[in-house]
Design a protein around this ligand. Structure first.
Ligand SMILES: NC(=O)c1ccc[n+]([C@@H]2O[C@H](COP(=O)([O-])OP(=O)(O)OC[C@H]3O[C@@H](n4cnc5c(N)ncnc54)[C@H](OP(=O)(O)O)[C@@H]3O)[C@@H](O)[C@H]2O)c1
Length: 201
């Protein structure tokens, strides 16, 4: 049985990951910004009351990350897997890529970087003690398609000309060798280059 923390678990891929790990019999901590309105997670919790814990966590807010860590730590003394899944395409919502070059707003662009690129690093840092205490822990960060999306951009010039969240999901959150060594040889970092509904192993 793995002890798994998933960020952005209330919908989309994060919710699918949560379902997948629960079905495998793992213990899941489902991070989300607003537990009180996370209806699908609440339904899952009713069916998996001993193996699912919903944890409030905004990955763009250090206080919220710290509080979530204290909550998880009150349940377990280690984690085997952190899935950095939470992300935004734009501050205007999932359907609205942030802006064309020339329309970029500094504050909005920084917010996207904060959530998509810096957030995963701060979450990993905060949970390092539990991951080090886990059995061969892994940190998986869901990347975007930017390095494989040239064909997509050519076939969809409108989408390709924008600066969406996808660019912000790449290099800054890509773990360095220093970060790998932070798990002290007992675990590893991984990135998922493209989203998948398949749960990470
Ligand atoms: N699906 C794809 O085709 C695709 C393609 C490229 C990359 N990705 C990456 O895969 C990940 C999941 O994608 P998705 O399609 O499932 O996205 P989604 O449906 O838009 O869901 C995003 C999740 O992240 C959460 N989130 C956003 N900002 C957050 C914050 N500050 N703190 C905590 N949680 C936050 C959202 O919570 P709220 O409900 O509170 O907003 C939601 O649970 C993202 O990182 C995305 O960049 C997905």
């Amino acid at each position: 049985m793995k002890r798994v923390l998933i960020t952005g678990a209330n919908r989309g891929l994060g919710l699918q990951f949560t379902r997948g790990y629960l079905e495998r019999g793992d213990q899941v901590f489902a991070g989300c910004r607003r537990p009180e309105t996370a209806r699908q997670l609440q339904e899952l919790q009713a069916a998996h009351s001993t193996s699912l814990t919903i944890v409030g966590m905004d990955v763009g807010n250090i206080e919220s990350i710290r509080k979530s860590h204290a909550a998880v730590r009150s349940h377990v003394d280690g984690l085997e897997l952190l899935i950095n899944n939470a992300g935004i395409y734009s501050v205007h919502g999932s359907e609205e890529p942030i802006a064309r070059l020339g329309e970029l707003d500094f504050e909005d662009a920084l917010r996207v970087l904060q959530v998509n690129a810096v957030g995963p690093l701060i979450v990993a840092q905060q949970y390092l003690d539990l991951l080090r205490a886990g059995n061969r822990a892994k940190i998986v960060s869901i990347e975007s398609l930017n390095r494989t999306s040239r064909t997509e951009a050519r076939s969809s010039p409108e989408w390709g000309s924008r600066w969406p969240g996808r660019d912000s999901r790449s290099s800054p959150s890509r773990p360095s060798s220093t970060w790998r060594s932070s798990l002290q040889g007992s675990g590893r970092f991984a990135t998922s280059p493209a989203p998948s509904n398949r749960a990470a192993g």
